[in-house]
Design a protein around this ligand. Structure first.
Ligand code: PMT
Length: 351
């Protein structure tokens, strides 16, 4: 059965699509490019009334940072992100690494103020944030589960079709490859204790529920998530530029896997990255088969939060201000997008 027939539509989908439709219409009328930036990890619930779920490492740094540089490059951005992951602008002052309280103090009169050394940087971020709000160029749409993500991706892609080549997909989210199909999901919390009889009737006939207890062990038997990139490229967004990411941990696989994805899906660009070095180096693999590394030099690298850093500023403070690799990635992508748009125009004139 088709995934969307077999999987429940998220309760807030219609509301999110309504917001997106108005946003896209505004920017289509203004002939502005629109980037759909996906960001953060998807969860895989094990129960309908979810107590337990499978998650992944993604903090949303790539997506949130890239979104800012897209806005700086004149794009409107639909930021499809994991709820409570990093957000454009607020990321500078959020979560435990950049806790906003660390940037504040209070004066003798008790008024809370920003510490003087952070004023300039914060004023810059604040101005950019306010500009995005004033011009309505940033739409934040959250997801939690892999199912939320897939429904949203499909609906947003369809909504973006009127943008034609001005639409760009920048798929930085870490989407789960495996999930529990609705037909094999138990309703209630899985009981670890033998004292309670667990209703395990919600299997799909031949198979038991995807997550269940067996001899005091929790058995999890997940189905593969269908590969939607093909559908995105061929059917949902055939006129848009599409950029996917490829994450690996084994350096010897990265280029091969990135090229394989391009061959399989025939989109425009794969940006490869390795878990431990993703904050300062990425591999561009383009549709013509060309490969190029982009690397931030040692001493200009930003601190990695989740990766194992080795030679970032955890060991050595940079002498010069650090460079966010997304400040190099996004302008390159925007330049490639310009080429895709003009190629599309030439082809249109030919027909
Ligand atoms: O968030 P950070 O901590 O900054 O980390 C950033 C990142 C490492 C998560 C990011 O740079 C990255 O590499 N994201 C893609 C991870 C990956 O390997 O994805 P994949 O191979 O499962 O999928 C390939 C591409 O298709 C990805 O662009 C993915 O977003 C997209 N995809 C995959 C499956 C699916 N069902 N829908 C999708 O859109």
């Amino acid at each position: 059965m088709d995934y969307f027939t077999a999987s429940p539509k998220p309760a807030n989908l219609d509301r999110q699509v309504t917001l997106a439709r108005a946003f896209i219409q505004q920017h289509a009328e203004q002939h502005r490019r629109v980037a759909l930036v996906t960001s953060g990890g998807t969860t895989v619930p094990l129960e309908n009334q979810t107590v337990r779920f499978i998650d992944n490492f993604s903090a949303g740094t790539r997506g949130a940072t890239s979104a800012e540089y897209f806005l700086q490059s004149g794009y409107a951005v639909i930021f499809l992100h994991r709820q409570f992951s990093l957000l454009p602008y607020s990321r500078h002052y959020s979560h435990s690494t950049n806790c906003f309280l660390d940037f504040m103090t209070h004066n003798d009169a008790g008024a809370v103020v920003i510490e003087s050394e952070y004023q300039q940087q914060m004023a810059k971020v604040l101005d950019q944030y306010r500009k995005a709000k004033r011009e309505n160029t940033l739409l934040l749409l959250p997801f939690v589960t892999v199912n939320d993500y897939l429904w949203l991706l499909r609906e947003l892609a369809i909504q973006m079709q009127p943008l034609e080549a001005n639409g760009l997909f920048y798929l930085a989210a870490a989407v789960s490859d495996f999930f529990v199909p609705a037909a094999r999901m138990v309703e209630h919390k899985i009981q670890s204790s033998e004292d309670y009889h667990q209703d395990v009737t919600n299997g799909d006939g031949d198979r038991p529920p995807a997550a269940h207890m067996e001899d005091k062990r929790l058995i999890i038997d997940l189905d593969p998530v269908p590969k939607f990139l093909k559908q995105l490229v061929d059917t949902w967004a055939p006129r848009s530029m599409i950029i996917s990411f490829k994450l690996e941990t084994d350096p010897s696989l990265l280029a091969k896997k990135a090229k394989g994805a391009l061959q399989k899906y025939s989109h425009h660009l794969v940006i490869g990255n390795l878990l431990n070095t993703r904050k300062w180096e990425v591999l561009f693999v383009a549709a013509d088969g060309s490969e190029r590394w982009i690397r931030v030099p040692l001493g200009r690298r930003t601190r990695s939060v989740t990766g194992k850093d080795g030679d970032t500023i955890e060991n050595a403070e940079p002498r010069e201000p650090s460079i966010e690799i997304e400040s190099w990635i996004v302008p390159e992508v925007a330049q490639m997008h310009t080429e895709v748009i003009s190629k599309g125009k030439v082809e249109m004139q030919r027909h």
